[in-house]
Design a protein around this ligand. Structure first.
Ligand code: DAS
Length: 355
């Protein structure tokens, strides 16, 4: 009996001392999911900042290149994709969303960092903002200079992203984008410059906060629904409805719209001129497309501002939806997800105001 008691005590001691050594450092456990992009890119010389090869370095090498990470988090990595991210597809978004949801459901994962190419980073970020079912931090980061460049921006961006993903202040803020010391909301941020390191901007509202000397400082939050309060669920989806974006311009003709409709798209986002305006000729074409069951969303090519209903087009009469202040590429994502739930344009318009 005595031996048995000692045995139990030894087991309990082993378990608890094991647990306490696991948690003794108090560091958040952050999973880094790598998808490629310039942050994992290599050039042939240290001064090369264009024309390099994206998506060459694996996640372990990325983590190893920032040894300072061991001081702020217990980090592990997973190579989910390895692409120049202009090759990202909706199937990749679904894969990423599923993996993020699986990982965040685990009690030993406190936050996620996704390393991503900057070209489509805002699209993946907004897709995850609408489909991740957790309040735990999810942070996307990338780089404008390849890992081999003098003054590469990737290592500091990765360090800041891990810091942010491990910070309680980032919980419940929606999916975040962390580059160039600035914290931005997935819904609002957009790549605005082809090569500059300060390319990620939020027209109209500005960024949410920044990291100063290792501390995330938030100054505002987005008021739109996201993550844990989102009604969209992609758990059982293998594909998303096809939605095209068509760019408006002076003298536009209907050829591309007709081709999109003939190809069987479920929706079209018009990146319209100004306040989402369309010529009389294009209004007729879009109205006819709507008559064939295609959902039409009016957005703007201007890069900022709100599309008002029934101002530049007869939205009520023609049964169009307006994008609010979502840019066309984000309006497309919301429409794709909306169409997984409904074809009712009043419902879809409600979603455009809520998200
Ligand atoms: N082509 C880009 C991409 O992978 C490069 C980048 O990451 O900035 O998205």
């Amino acid at each position: 009996m005595k031996t048995f008691r000692i045995f139990i005590l030894v087991i309990l001691f082993t378990v608890f001392s094991g647990l306490s050594s696991l948690e003794a450092d108090g560091l958040p456990r952050i999973m880094i999911l790598a998808t490629g992009g310039t942050i994992a890119g290599t050039g042939t010389r240290s001064t090369q900042t264009v024309g390099y090869a994206a998506a060459k370095i694996g996640v372990d090498a990325l983590i190893a290149s920032v040894p300072e990470l061991t001081g702020i988090a217990r980090v592990s990595g997973e190579q989910v994709l390895q692409l120049a991210n202009e090759n990202m597809t909706p199937a990749d978004w679904l894969k990423l969303a599923r993996r993020v949801n699986q990982l965040l459901a685990k009690s030993d994962v406190d936050g996620i960092v996704i390393t991503h190419g900057t070209d489509t980073l805002e699209e993946s970020a907004y897709f995850l903002n609408l489909t991740v079912k957790s309040m735990k931090p999810v942070v996307l980061t990338g780089a404008m200079r390849p890992a081999t460049a003098i003054s590469a921006d990737g290592p500091m961006n990765l360090y800041h992203a891990v810091l942010l993903a491990g910070s309680p202040s980032a919980a419940g803020m929606g999916v975040l984008v962390m580059l160039n010391d600035q914290i931005s909301a997935a819904r609002e941020v957009s790549k605005t410059n082809t090569t500059a390191v300060d390319t990620f901007r939020t027209p109209d509202f500005g960024f949410l906060g920044y990291i100063i000397d290792g501390k995330p400082l938030f100054y505002r939050a987005t008021t739109k629904r996201h993550t844990a309060t989102s009604e969209f669920d992609v758990t059982n989806l293998d594909t998303l409805p096809e939605v095209a974006i068509l760019y408006g311009y002076a003298g536009e003709n209907r050829t591309l719209l007709d081709a999109a409709v003939a190809s069987g798209v479920s929706g079209v986002v018009n990146a319209g001129t100004g306040n989402g305006s369309m010529s009389g000729r294009m209004q007729t074409a879009y109205r006819e497309a709507r008559g064939k069951g295609v959902v039409i969303v009016r957005a703007s090519r201007t890069g900022s501002g709100f599309i008002a209903r029934s101002v530049e087009a007869k939205d009520d009469a023609y049964d169009f939806v307006v994008a609010g202040n979502l840019n066309p590429q984000k309006a497309r994502i919301l429409l794709m997800l909306a169409l997984t739930k409904t074809k009712d344009t009043k419902e879809i318009q409600r979603m455009f105001m809520a998200y």
